[in-house]
Design a protein around this ligand. Sequence first.
Ligand SMILES: Cc1cc2nc3c(=O)[nH]c(=O)nc-3n(C[C@H](O)[C@H](O)[C@H](O)COP(=O)(O)OP(=O)(O)OC[C@H]3O[C@@H](n4cnc5c(N)ncnc54)[C@H](O)[C@@H]3O)c2cc1C
Length: 405
Amino acid sequence: MDHASTVIIGGGVLGCSVAYHLAKRGVEDVLLLERQDLATAASCQAAGLMFQISSKPAVDVLNRRTFKVLPELEKITGEQLDFKAVGTLRVAENLESKASLERLYNRAVSEGIAAQKVNAGWRSKHLPWLRVKEDALTVHFSDEGYIDPYRLTYAYAKSAKSFGAQIKLGVNVSAIKAINGVVVGVETDQGFISCEKVIVAAGSWSNFLTLPLGCALPMIPTRSHFWIAAPESYFSDQQPMMVHADAGAYTRPEVGGLVLGVQEQSSRTFDYSDLPNDITSFAVTEEGGEWDALIEAEQRVSSFFPKLEGARFESYMAGLSAYTPDGHFLLGETKAVKGMFVAAGCCGSGVMASGGIGDSLAELMTEDKSSYDLNAFDPNRFGQVDPSSKEFQLLCAQARARKAK
Ligand SMILES: Cc1cc2nc3c(=O)[nH]c(=O)nc-3n(C[C@H](O)[C@H](O)[C@H](O)COP(=O)(O)OP(=O)(O)OC[C@H]3O[C@@H](n4cnc5c(N)ncnc54)[C@H](O)[C@@H]3O)c2cc1C
């Protein structure tokens, strides 16, 4: 193939969602190029949490589109995605976090999102291992849940193909080519492909492609990780997910066990230029280091999970998410090159926002405007940045550390 109307670079959940939404809108000759297999990087590592409401209303709109897209994909593919609608219990203990949870609750009610303040009796019935302060504010958002991100990525890809998109695996894009500031094609290890539009959905590697064209994306590959505790009698798969604002931690059920994620005081960042093509050969956490963050958070975690000391942690998952200084995605056309769009800077939320990201970008590309409010996600909003500078890395690490799931 030597021509496509639109080339998407990257076969993670974002690239596949964009491919699906473009093809569904009738865009012909959509070609997605992935140098490995689909969902081999961040998109197979995510905890898969999906929220309807957060402190960022513009993000919520994108997330809610993902909830709507799930039955659509199931219908097209004929396969169940097995979304686990267990709900989320949000916990706030100190004054400030109680006030923000109260605001979240009020917004949920006004926007028609199921939310219920729950008491100690509810908590001990549904999360018997959870300990919170007597005067804690706890709110249950019953329509939220989690999904297998790998299956979701494949469902987007299969649905994209059913609308005529092509997906080619094992093709490395070495460069995006532009003439007079306008995209003309991509150079790959299997030859040149001309195209009118390119979407960079290459996750943590995106800067490799945009920087040579003078467009530094304001994002840094940042470590995200979680641990999985072995099954115990007090865990169950029907239990809700739990987000603890003050402890900076979240949990969700995992086949009789428990996924536990904690925010680090200072998140680990990487220079994009140090990343190998294949992330599986890269130590995001060095041998033995998987316990450091858990030890650092021991006090915070044992405050709500008193059984921490006896917990049997059996697995650890670490990967890279690209964080921006304000924790918002990078979504839209770059100023530097006409026809070069990005769906990147996923800030650890790309799975839950994938439906909205794909839909809004496809709309923007086909209609030159979007019914979503994408201002907060403008990829050009930070002007010129140096993604290799320590100062810039620190800004992104701080955005990661501030994030409450
Ligand atoms: C531990 C962890 C937990 C997480 N938990 C959650 C969660 O609970 N909920 C949530 O919503 N999100 C979560 N995330 C974030 C989520 O995984 C990401 O936001 C999402 O997967 C990003 O998808 P992507 O398509 O942008 O990137 P990726 O999945 O990284 O895909 C990028 C792809 O581009 C390909 N590529 C790169 N360069 C090229 C090139 N030059 N040519 C061809 N192909 C190329 C790569 O091979 C890769 O397959 C988590 C992430 C981690 C690491």
